[in-house]
Write a new protein. Structure first.
Length: 438
């Protein structure tokens, strides 16, 4: 048994018992109320999910087990002499709720390297798809192709006490995390690089090896991948990809089925696909103007976008009411490594120009940039210009958070999700009843 698994048992089982008792004693205490508008608003703000790994505050941004993104960049272990956190350490933090040391991260790395071999049939399945298939569709199919390797599915079929559901789930989670970079890199190389594939380098950490398999062996790009895979990992439980994992996993679907569902949600333009929409919008603006736009030209293009009934991609967030700390982390990285990059400077100029314009419309609660507003420019700087692939990078990262969360769902024996839905007639009767009794 690996050290991480042993520590998870020691940490999680007592907490699971404590939470069970807490619910027994306090389960009937109401946490709030909802309105007719709430019924139609996608449950925004209604407390109805349990997620241990991270918490999003509208004004402070995301905190992973209580740690802000600047604190993660400072405190998480790094490669010797490195400047950016190792994502494996973030998985440890989200799973256990405590900051790992470097030795703990190395232990995870060694464990995942042993699990990292992808079955050959997965590659054959991907190779059967048209090259025009969107990378996110390929990614979801690749995940599903690995499902017949599920330890949980086999254990459940053979008969398993529900108190032990977490154990084979752990095996699936680690196998999946170990193999995702290989599958993602394979999709990239077959789609854009004539199927000239690059073997893994076992001497590299998880993020750097991913960069290597993609074909980007610059030390700076290794650093970017470590940062990127850390800051995109989780965003509490209510976002589509995290919620899809909770929802599908609540039916005792194995991690492969649950994560594939998450990626189908992440592929939506209102979720992870937004990162490719941002860079496409910026490039279209530059092409239409005919040169690198100044702030006045950017403002005019933003107003034209809004006048055409479109959104400014990368701006606004369902919860945040300030600049996304993930945007600021990427901006800080860019100031260090590419301060004179043309697209990066366009991103920064948009940041100065867009919020006041959006705020003046009176229709936008959050005129500030989110994580997607910056990431594409960083990737383009290093030559990764196939922006239809960017959401796959997001997906590899998001696996860290949603899989850690799924582990907690299993060990806490959370029930199947089945929120109550009502129809319009029910709502009308409910309102009429209130008017009569008022």
């Amino acid at each position: 048994m690996g050290q991480l698994k042993k520590k998870f048992i020691e940490k999680a089982l007592p907490i699971a018992a404590e939470i069970k008792q807490f619910i027994k004693e306090n389960g009937n205490i109401p946490l709030g109320t909802f309105t007719v508008e709430d019924v139609y608003a996608g449950q925004k703000g209604i407390i109805g999910l349990f997620t241990e790994t991270s918490l999003l505050d509208a004004n402070e941004g995301i905190r992973f087990r209580g740690f802000s993104i600047p604190e993660l960049r400072e405190k998480l272990p790094k490669v010797p002499g490195g400047t950016e956190p190792l994502p494996e350490g973030l998985f440890y933090l989200m799973l256990l709720g405590e900051m790992p040391d470097y030795a703990a991260v190395v232990d995870i790395q060694e464990d995942w390297k042993k699990r990292a071999e992808v079955p050959p049939h997965v590659f054959k399945t991907l190779d059967s798809l048209p090259l025009t298939t969107h990378p996110m569709t390929q990614f979801s199919i690749g995940i599903m192709a690995m499902q017949n390797e599920s330890v949980f599915a086999k254990a459940y079929h053979d008969g398993l006490n529900k108190k032990d559901y977490w154990d084979p789930t752990y095996e699936d989670v680690c196998n999946l995390l170990a193999r995702l970079p290989r599958v993602a890199a394979y999709i990239y190389r077959r789609t854009y690089k004539n199927s000239v594939h690059i073997d893994p380098n076992p001497d590299l950490d998880w993020a750097a090896n991913f960069a290597h398999m993609l074909g980007y062996d610059q030390v700076e790009f290794y650093k970017l991948m470590r940062l990127y895979l850390t800051i995109h990992a989780d965003h509490e439980g209510g976002n589509v990809s995290a919620h899809a994992t909770h929802l599908v996993g609540s039916a005792l679907s194995d991690p492969y089925l649950s994560f594939s569902a998450a990626m189908n949600g992440l592929a939506g333009p209102l979720h992870g696909l937004a990162n490719q929409e941002v860079i496409r919008w910026i490039l279209e603006m530059r092409d239409e103007i005919g040169h690198s736009p100044d702030k006045t030209e950017i403002a005019a293009y933003i107003n034209k976008t809004l006048a055409n009934g479109k959104v400014v991609p990368g701006y606004g967030h369902a919860v945040l009411r300030k600049t996304d700390p993930r945007f600021l982390a990427q901006q800080e990285f860019a100031k260090t490594y590419m301060p004179d990059d043309e697209l990066v400077n366009i991103v920064w100029n948009i940041y100065e120009v867009a919020p006041p314009i959006l705020e003046q419309t009176g229709k936008i609660k959050n005129p500030w940039p989110n994580v997607d507003a910056h990431s594409g420019a960083l990737l383009l700087h290093y030559g990764l210009n196939e922006y239809d692939f960017y959401t796959v990078l997001f997906g590899v990262s998001r696996a860290l958070g949603v899989m850690a969360s799924l582990m907690w769902d299993r060990i806490l024996s959370l029930p199947i999700e089945r929120p109550k839905s009502v129809n319009y007639d029910w709502l009308k009767r409910a309102i009429e009843s209130k008017k009569v009794t008022a």
